[in-house]
Design a protein around this ligand. Structure first.
Ligand SMILES: [Zn+2]
Ligand SMILES: [Zn+2]
Length: 379
C-alpha cells in the first residue's frame, strides 16, 4: 500500500521532467540523461544528487514500465488529484497524506484492494468508483509433447464472473441502472472548502455513478456471481515447467465499469520417459556399445515427432559425449529459433556377457596389458 500512497503523492512526470503525454521512448531517454548526470559515481559525496538519483530511479521504475504507468495514471486520475493534491496544476506546497482524507482513504483502499487477489466481492468497501477486477491464478497440467508443440486447451476454475442473469449490470432483467441524479453519474461529489476542493464518493449511489431501482435477484445487484467457468488458453510451443501465462482481462470482472483483472495460468509439464528439456532443446540419452564407441557407427536416434534420425558416431567417441541434431527440438516461433535435439551417448556395459563376449573382452584385456588409461594420473 505504501508504494501506491507514494504514487498518489508524487508527480513522477515532473521528477523526470517530461510531459504526461510523453512516449515510453521519451521517458527512457529522459531517465538515462538524468541518471547519468546524477549517478553517485559522478557526484561523490553529493547527498542532494544522490537523493535526486533515487527519486529519478523510483519515478522511472513506475512510469518507465508501460503497464505500471497505466496504473499510476489511473491512480492519479481516480484519486482526488484533479481537486488539487500536489497534482499537475494543483496548489503547490500543500501536502496531504491519505490518512487525512477520510473517505478518500477508503476510496484508495478499495482501489488497491484488488492487489490482494483471489477473494471476490466479500468485504469490499462500498462507494469505490470503477474498480479493476481481481487477478486470478490457476494451474494447468500439460503432457510433455503438448508443452513442446503447443496446444490450445481450456482451464476450469470457479471464480467471480459477470452475473449470468443480468450480464453484470446488477439490474433485474428488463430494467437498467440509471445514472445517479445527485452526482450526474460521476460517482464523486466535489466539495469546496476554501482554497481546496475535495472529491467525495457520492453518498446517494455509493460511488457507483448509477442507481439500481430493481436489483437482479441472482446477484442481489452486485453484478457478480461465483460460478465455474472454462477459459480457453493457447499454450505456445516450448512453454516451460513453472511458467506463468498471462491471459489479459480473463480474471475477475471489473466493478462499476472497471476493467477485468488478468488470469495467470501456471503450467506444470509432465516428465517424458525418453526425452528431457533444456529450454528449447530436447535431450535424450542413447546407449552405444563399446565397439561402436571405438570404431564409430551410424546409430538410429528417436525424435519426439516419432520419426527416428540417423546419427554418425565418429570413431573414438567417449561415453557421455553430446551430439546436436539441428532443428529437432521445439519448433521455431516468433522471435525464437528452433531448438535442437541433444543426444548424449553412453557406452553400455553388459552386466551378463555371454561366454563368447566374455572371451572377446578377455582377449582385449590381454592385448592392452601394460597400458592403462590411468597412466597419466601417476598411479
Ligand atoms: Zn445479476
Ligand atoms: Zn451518485
Amino acid at each position: 500500500m505504501s508504494a501506491q500512497r507514494e504514487w498518489f503523492e508524487k508527480d513522477y512526470y515532473d521528477v523526470l521532467g517530461v510531459p504526461e503525454t510523453a512516449t515510453q521512448k521519451e521517458i527512457t531517454r529522459a531517465y538515462r540523461t538524468l541518471a547519468r548526470q546524477l549517478h553517485p559515481d559522478a557526484n561523490p559525496g553529493d547527498a542532494s544528487a544522490e537523493d535526486r538519483f533515487k527519486d529519478v530511479s523510483a519515478a522511472y521504475d513506475v512510469i518507465g514500465d508501460a503497464e505500471k504507468r497505466k496504473e499510476y495514471d489511473e491512480v492519479r486520475r481516480l484519486g482526488p488529484v484533479g481537486a488539487g493534491f500536489g497534482g499537475p496544476g494543483g496548489p503547490r506546497g500543500a501536502t496531504f497524506t491519505t490518512e487525512n482524507l477520510g473517505d478518500l482513504g477508503d476510496l484508495l483502499g478499495g482501489l488497491f484492494g484488488r492487489a490482494r487477489g483471489g477473494g471476490g466481492g466479500a468485504g469490499r468497501p462500498r462507494g469505490t468508483g470503477p474498480q479493476r477486477g481481481d487477478d486470478l491464478e490457476t494451474s494447468l497440467h500439460l503432457a510433455f509433447g503438448d508443452a513442446v508443440h503447443g496446444v490450445t486447451t481450456s482451464v476450469n476454475l470457479t471464480s467471480d464472473a459477470p452475473c449470468s442473469t443480468c450480464h453484470g449490470s446488477g439490474a433485474a432483467p428488463g430494467s437498467v441502472p440509471r445514472p445517479c441524479s445527485r452526482c450526474g453519474g460521476r460517482g464523486v461529489l466535489d466539495e469546496n472548502q476554501g482554497f481546496f476542493s475535495f472529491s467525495q464518493p457520492c453518498p446517494q449511489c455509493a460511488g457507483a455513478g448509477v442507481v439500481i431501482d430493481d436489483p437482479c435477484a441472482t446477484c442481489r445487484g452486485s453484478g457478480v456471481e461465483r460460478r465455474p467457468r472454462s477459459v480457453s488458453v493457447r499454450i505456445p510451443a516450448g512453454v516451460a515447467d513453472g511458467q506463468r501465462i498471462r491471459l489479459k482481462g480473463r480474471g475477475g470482472p471489473g466493478r462499476h465499469g472497471g476493467p477485468a483483472g488478468d488470469l495467470f495460468v501456471v503450467v506444470s509439464v509432465a516428465a517424458h520417459p525418453v526425452f528431457g528439456r533444456s529450454g528449447r532443446h530436447l535431450t535424450v540419452t542413447v546407449p552405444i556399445t563399446y565397439p561402436e564407441a571405438v570404431l564409430g557407427a551410424d546409430i538410429r536416434v528417436p525424435t519426439l515427432s516419432g520419426e527416428p534420425v540417423t546419427l554418425r558416431v565418429p570413431p573414438g567417441t567417449r561415453s557421455g559425449r553430446t551430439f546436436r541434431v539441428k532443428g529437432r527440438g521445439v519448433a521455431a516461433a516468433k522471435g525464437a529459433h528452433a531448438g535442437d535435439l541433444l543426444v548424449t551417448v553412453e557406452v553400455a556395459v553388459p552386466t551378463h556377457p555371454s561366454a563368447s563376449e566374455r572371451a572377446a573382452v578377455e582377449e582385449l584385456a590381454r592385448v592392452t596389458e601394460g597400458t592403462s588409461p590411468r597412466d597419466n594420473l601417476g598411479v
